[in-house]
Design a protein around this ligand. Structure first.
Ligand code: BGC
Length: 411
């Protein structure tokens, strides 16, 4: 056994989910409305999702049983504040029970306060474009931090805010479904930046816990003769830079990466860069995942290094990294390569504190519906029965030994 692939003491290994994608029946949210409109690109509605709302105890016990020590899950604003200014104590108590279940199993809980969805009442005000959005987000963060903060290890304010302006105002693939509305997209981005600033400050001052933003940082690669342009991916990447600037003030930054996108002199040349056709048949090949992305686990290293360049010294958590595949051996190979990138970053002195795979469960993949299978665990759609895949115990064995090479040799 070599020393190659060793992780430091206390390194966090886990898996992530988000509220809307697993809880089920998030009927008071903008996404629920969006999924039920025939004019949207959604393949199917989320329905009962994975019924995580009722099955969280078993899921957390299962995650701990694999050998993982960290769980990232979301709290849902549309449930916590079902009408403007009305906070549900029962819902907050529900999320406390989830946090308590994590602690009972020795699991470090990482909580996402906002993962794409908004309460319907806020959508009616104008969604992220509404001038009152940052202050409303601050108040929600404050309430949730007071109620839950003593049990939370890390708080993620906004998940992947860099994409919310373009997907909702330029591409029309997310609510509110506008297209080519540049002013709207800019307003949304400005408000999201302010919302992160205010939300993180509220969480810090009310609960004294580390707060940060989680960003998708795909590896954008330009070939000779290619010039940066203004595709939505490139616009999002610029927005990520603004969030990374803000993250210098934070206690951590969440890094998320799935693939790379290449650009040639003639423009984008990677599969999967075009979001407009989510209802197409998903076809996985040797080189592409079910999402249509290029199989490229090395993207994680570039994402970590980019975050580190802008925010040197700010601890990094890999809050999402994963593959949608029907072939679990491919998932193991993908995670193995991605974790080797993490080890290389650690060897270069970059402060990566944890790695969370996306996702614990096969879940609702937004406009793509339930077709992509990202999970360490498969979920039967009618009975919600969980079927752990070999990748779950493989990642758990890496977590237990904190050694990559030992596990890879025996896998
Ligand atoms: C999002 C998740 C999503 C995952 C896989 C990330 O962009 O945070 O909600 O399911 O990627 O596509």
């Amino acid at each position: 056994m070599t020393d190659e692939g060793r992780f430091p003491d206390g390194f966090l290994f886990g898996a992530s989910v988000s509220a809307h994608q697993v809880e089920g029946n998030n009927t008071n949210s903008d996404w629920w409305w969006w999924e039920h409109l025939s004019s949207t690109p959604c393949y199917e509605p989320s329905g009962d999702a994975c019924d995580f709302y009722h099955r969280f105890r078993d899921d957390i016990a299962m995650l701990a049983g694999f050998g993982l020590n960290t769980f990232r899950f979301g709290i849902e604003w549309a449930r916590i504040e079902p009408a403007e200014g009305e906070f549900s104590l029962a819902t907050l108590a529900h999320y406390r029970r989830i946090l308590e279940a994590c602690h009972e199993h020795g699991i470090v809980p990482i909580v996402t306060f906002h993962h794409f969805t908004l309460p319907r009442w806020l959508q009616e005000h104008g969604s992220f474009g509404y001038e009152g959005f940052p202050k409303l987000f601050e108040r929600y963060c404050e309430r949730a931090a007071v109620a839950l903060g003593d049990l939370i290890a890390y708080a993620c304010t906004l998940n992947e805010p860099q994409g919310l302006g373009s997907s909702g105002w330029l591409l029309g693939v997310n609510p509110p479904g506008h297209t080519d509305d540049r002013d709207g997209a800019q307003r949304a981005v400005d408000n999201l930046l302010e919302a992160h600033r205010l939300g993180a400050a509220a969480i810090r001052s009310r609960a004294g816990i580390p707060a940060g933003v989680t960003l998708a940082l795909p590896d954008l690669q330009y070939e000779d003769g290619a010039r940066p342009g203004s595709t939505s991916l490139e616009l999002e990447s610029r927005v990520s830079d603004w969030f990374l600037e803000l993250a210098r003030q934070d206690e951590f930054v969440g890094v998320q990466a799935y693939t790379r996108f290449r650009f040639g002199p003639e423009g984008p040349r990677s599969p999967g860069h075009d979001w407009s056709d989510t209802v197409r048949e998903l076809e996985e090949t040797d080189h592409t995942t079910q999402m249509g992305y290029e199989y490229y686990p090395q993207a994680l290293g570039a994402a970590i290094r980019r975050a580190h360049r802008t925010c040197p010294g700010v601890p990094i958590l890999v809050t999402e990294n994963g593959i949608a595949t029907a072939i679990d051996e491919k998932r193991i190979a993908y995670i193995d390569t991605a974790l080797r990138e993490v080890v290389a970053c650690l060897a270069d002195g970059i402060g990566v504190r944890g790695y969370l795979y996306w996702s614990l469960l096969d879940n609702f993949e937004w406009a793509f519906g339930y077709r992509p299978t990202f999970g360490l665990v498969a979920v039967e759609r009618r009975t919600f029965t969980r079927h752990p895949r070999p990748s779950a115990s493989w990642l758990g064995a890496v977590a237990r030994s904190r050694m990559l090479s030992a596990v890879s040799q025996s896998a």
